[in-house]
Design a protein around this ligand. Structure first.
Ligand code: TXA
Ligand code: MG
Length: 373
């Protein structure tokens, strides 16, 4: 299958090129095809959510198991009635509050599945995950297509989510009908998935919208379900599609906990040295003063032992500043992909502090570091 590349300028949707690209992508979606497109979180791989045959193509292209349900993307509130069924008055109240505060945006809400949504979309579950994206290109595409779009992240199953059209092509070229290239995504990690239950809001996947934000808007108890990082890890049953290795680079991922800033660089150096001794080609997701620490410490070894040391053979990806977790989120997946492409066999990566969007980054890294079953 030939994968069409469609360029769209997110800052100029009225240009002739942008309009044609959106129109073509929408036409493919309406015709039952698959299109990858940018959102504010990561790129999604979309198909008409009302067309089971079209949705099936997503599972085939991604090699995604049929037990892992998809998120349905909508352009406006009226579409909600098409995709979701009735809820109790109390649930409705909380859903209204959350959607008013965070839609359009990176929040996915679980609701009873509407009759028009094929069971394939939710992997047979009673509830459907719904999100109204904020990215101008996604909104334009949804409006033009006129149907709800089922879309998981546009990567092969278990791999790293894509934040550029190039990343999508690496995983899915020749497997899908088109890629709508609207540049780099905004946040770099996925939406928060929340289940609004009678008593509490349960976060099934940490994401851009934080625990604190959900609590202050809903005025309810908020808790995490089966975060591998949480104290309760291992006690609860996994949410669908969330228990296994995910978001993973090809290289072995070694996570480092440290005191930010300062202490983390030293913990990273320890890990780098240990892995090199084990014969690994090492890459590092560098934060703050890591480059300085690496250069200084290697310089000392170099002076002492001379050329026999594998001096500075570490592949370093400049990840960002530990004080700016938003920056770390944005570059997380690009960095892991970059180090994979550099041919490293092990990646040393520090875990950001578990606050705000740092919770989502830790969640992804912890899943990515799990060994294959
Ligand atoms: O930011 C995002 O959410 C991106 C963009 C494209 O919107 N989408 C995304 O989709 O990350 P995906 O399929 O890669 O991840 C969605 C997660 C999956 O782990 C899936 O198991 C969970 O949401 N999920 C979807 N529907 C669900 C349901 N009905 N019940 C429980 N979990 C569900
Ligand atoms: Mg995904």
């Amino acid at each position: 299958m030939q994968t069409l590349r469609l360029k769209v300028d997110a800052t100029d949707l009225d240009s002739e090129t942008s309009r044609q690209a959106i129109a073509r992508a929408a036409q493919i979606l309406r015709g039952g095809g698959t299109v990858a497109f940018p959102t504010e979180t990561v790129y999604g791989l979309g198909a008409n959510a009302l067309d089971a045959e079209a949705v099936q193509k997503i599972f085939v292209a991604k090699e995604r198991p049929s037990w892992d349900p998809l998120i349905v993307h909508i352009s406006e509130r009226t579409m909600l009635e098409r995709v979701a069924a009735e809820v109790t008055a109390e649930t409705r109240r909380v859903v209204d509050q959350l959607s008013r505060a965070f839609w359009p945006g990176p929040l996915t809400i679980l609701l009873p599945r509407g009759a028009e949504i094929p069971a394939l979309v939710t992997a047979g579950l009673e509830k459907v995950a719904v999100r109204m994206p904020a990215h101008p290109v996604t909104r334009a595409l949804l409006l033009e297509a006129g149907v709800p779009i089922a879309a998981p992240s546009a990567n092969r199953f278990g791999r790293i989510s894509p934040t550029t059209a190039e990343h999508v092509a690496e995983d899915l070229n020749t497997r899908i009908d088109a890629i709508l290239d609207g540049g780099e995504t905004t946040y770099g990690v996925e939406s928060t998935v929340v289940d609004v239950q009678e008593q509490a809001c349960v976060i099934l996947r940490a994401g851009v919208i934080t625990f604190e934000q959900l609590g202050s808007v809903s005025q309810r108890d908020v808790r995490f379900h089966n975060q591998p990082d949480a104290a309760e890890a291992g006690k609860a049953a996994p949410a669908p599609g969330m228990g296994e290795r995910h978001y993973a680079p090809q290289a072995r991922l070694v996570l480092v906990e440290g005191v930010w800033p300062g202490g983390v660089e030293l913990a990273m150096m320890d890990a780098v040295n240990r892995l090199e001794e084990e014969g690994e080609v090492v890459g590092a997701m560098a934060v703050g003063g890591f480059m300085g620490a690496l250069t200084a410490l290697r310089k000392k070894e170099f002076d002492m032992r001379g050329f026999t040391m594998g001096y500075n053979a570490v592949h370093v990806y400049p990840w960002g500043s530990g004080e700016k977790p938003e920056e770390l989120a944005k570059k997380l997946y690009a960095g892991l992909r970059w180090l994979d492409a550099a041919g490293v066999t092990a990646i040393v990566c520090p875990l950001p502090e578990p606050a705000g969007i740092g919770v989502a980054i830790r969640d992804r890294l912890t899943r990515a570091a799990q060994r294959s079953p």
